[in-house]
Design a protein. Structure first.
Length: 538
């Protein structure tokens, strides 16, 4: 189709003005550019409008949303990933020797010839947008399928190009290179683009499973069957990125790596390798480059935020945050410390590991292998005259005892516990052997926290492109704040049960996790089912 004819059709359908068309034709003639691509790139015409015109010209059906078409698994199996990703199309159906495919470029006339030459099928084309085709390729083939196909053809790529020289990996360079390096880079970069917090690579009897944790929920990604044969090479590559022992397969290993995207963004990775029955499994935690350090923007209701800000002004005592792994405890801790981070205040944190570097805070990474435990570090920290201390987690009686004695000697101490609710934090510390009178004298507040998914603002929970059809996008904390006042102190000293202490706190106005979550439901921010997913029914 000539640029002039296409321009006339777009003008007739009022997709573009005469002035815009005249200038576009002039620019395209000078640069020998295609008019349609030029207009879309410049934002003058929507891709859907352009394809609508092209579908009429080429007598092709046009589907702005590919989910309107049922994709046949038989058709997907019949076409290799490398061919799909090279040409940019998705197989739709296979009837006899006729393969129906969805394309976003109707000018790719070599597609039908290549499919016929390589697979022997006649081709019938339908049109869809580039985004829809690429989304379908990822859904039915997976982001890394083409690379796996090439690796299985060219075994030289399984380890020949490993390079340890750079401490920061540029994971979006050399995208055409056929190597395990490129495959691992694709897995990581795709996870970062999807805002995943974790990558899980798991091997079973006859297949490899790749899962991303997005908004707190694991989502399985498409992986080709042949990935099973190169899983050991994938694990080895990840180990090399983290400077771990490649030849050790019998014991767990932990490490860190830093990667860089083409945008210049650097991302820290925390890696754990675990030997399983069928081979080594890997979990990669993706640490955001910038943690949210503004307490105002975490998601506390205004009245509760005032309570927390008041507690942060305490000159001494313990502020505990409880909840399971992935409940946002670290973010709340750092945001609280950031509020107190001033030149006239000495803050020291003891963490395992240090997840975010914060200027103005002395941060210590514990290392039990060399004898540096939380308790050992805490003893040394006290000799550095801190005003405020943060202990990543109270794991044992020795650390708990030192934390409490630090609070009683004039320090403000922040820490975390793994308990289901705030009142259970008291019982946990008593179980560690801490005397109730010491707890009553030192603990100022216990905040229990969870993270719940928010309804997608683009579709109100129905499912759309923005939320990958899940109906949810983003998360917010729900919490209960149990302030240790005189009444609760007396109950702690009297060794009252967690249930009795919680009942008294509710009587004094504490909202439970469930009640706090239901407030979000009432505001239309999430669903009751989502709250019940993370909190036990009271």
């Amino acid at each position: 189709m000539s640029n002039k004819l296409l321009g006339e059709m777009l003008l007739k359908k009022k997709c573009i003005s005469e002035g815009q068309l005249s200038q576009a034709l002039k620019d395209c003639n000078q640069n020998e550019a295609m008019l349609g691509k030029y207009l879309v790139d410049k934002g003058l015409v929507k891709e859907e409008d352009l394809l609508g015109v092209l579908s009429e010209q080429f007598n092709l059906s046009f589907y702005p949303r590919l989910k309107e078409i049922k994709v046949s698994s038989e058709a997907v199996k019949a076409v290799p990933a490398k061919l799909v990703q090279h040409h940019g199309f998705i197989p739709i159906s296979l009837e006899g020797q006729v393969l129906t495919v969805a394309v976003f470029n109707p000018m790719d006339f070599w597609l039908a010839e290549n499919i016929k030459l390589n697979l022997g099928f006649q081709v019938r084309r339908v049109l869809s947008t580039r985004h829809e085709v690429e989304k379908a390729i990822q859904k039915y083939y997976g982001a890394v399928a083409g690379t796996v196909d090439k690796l299985m053809e060219d075994k030289s790529g399984l380890g020949a190009r490993i390079d340890k020289r750079e401490s920061v990996e540029d994971i979006e360079k050399s995208s055409d290179e056929v190597s395990v390096i490129n495959l691992v880079n694709q897995i990581i970069s795709e996870a970062i683009k999807m805002n995943a917090t974790d990558i899980h690579v798991e091997i079973y009897a006859d297949r490899v499973v790749l899962r991303y944790r997005i908004d707190g929920v694991l989502r399985e990604m498409k992986m080709p069957q042949d990935a099973y044969y190169i899983e050991p090479a994938i694990v080895s590559r990840i180990k090399i990125m983290c400077h771990l022992d490649v030849v050790e397969h019998r014991v767990p290993q932990d490490g860190r790596a830093k990667v860089r995207l083409t945008s210049g963004q650097e991302v820290d990775l925390r890696v754990s390798v675990l030997p399983g029955y069928f081979g080594e499994n890997v979990v990669i935690r993706i640490l955001p480059s910038g943690i949210l350090l503004d307490l105002d923007k975490i998601g506390f209701f205004p009245d509760d935020l005032k309570k927390i800000e008041m507690l942060l002004q305490k000159p001494h005592g313990i502020i505990l945050i409880t909840g399971p792994t992935g409940s946002g405890k670290t973010t709340t801790l750092y945001a609280s410390l950031s509020r107190l981070n001033r030149k006239e205040v000495k803050i020291i944190s003891i963490e395992d590991p240090v997840e975010y570097a914060v200027e103005g805070i002395t941060q210590i990474h514990v290392n039990p292998k060399v004898g540096l435990t939380f308790a050992d570090a805490l003893r040394s920290v006290l000799r550095h005259d801190p005003d405020i201390m943060m202990i990543g987690e109270i794991r044992d009686s020795e650390t708990a005892d030192l934390a409490i004695r630090s609070a009683l000697t004039g320090h403000l101490v922040f820490s975390t516990l793994h308990t289901n609710d705030s009142a259970s934090g008291i019982a946990r510390l008593v179980d560690m052997g801490i005397e109730p009178y010491l707890l009553a004298s030192s603990v100022e507040v216990i905040i229990a926290q969870r993270l719940v998914r928010l309804l997608c603002s683009s579709c109100s929970g129905k499912g759309c492109e923005a939320c990958s059809e899940t109906g949810f996008k983003g998360r917010r904390p729900i919490y209960e704040i149990m302030i240790i006042d005189d009444d609760i102190r007396n109950m702690i000293i009297s060794r009252k049960s967690s249930q009795e202490i919680k009942a008294k706190a509710r009587e004094k106005g504490m909202h439970t996790l469930m009640e706090n979550g239901m407030l979000l439901v009432e505001q239309g921010l999430t669903t009751r089912e989502e709250i019940l997913r993370v909190v036990e029914l009271e």
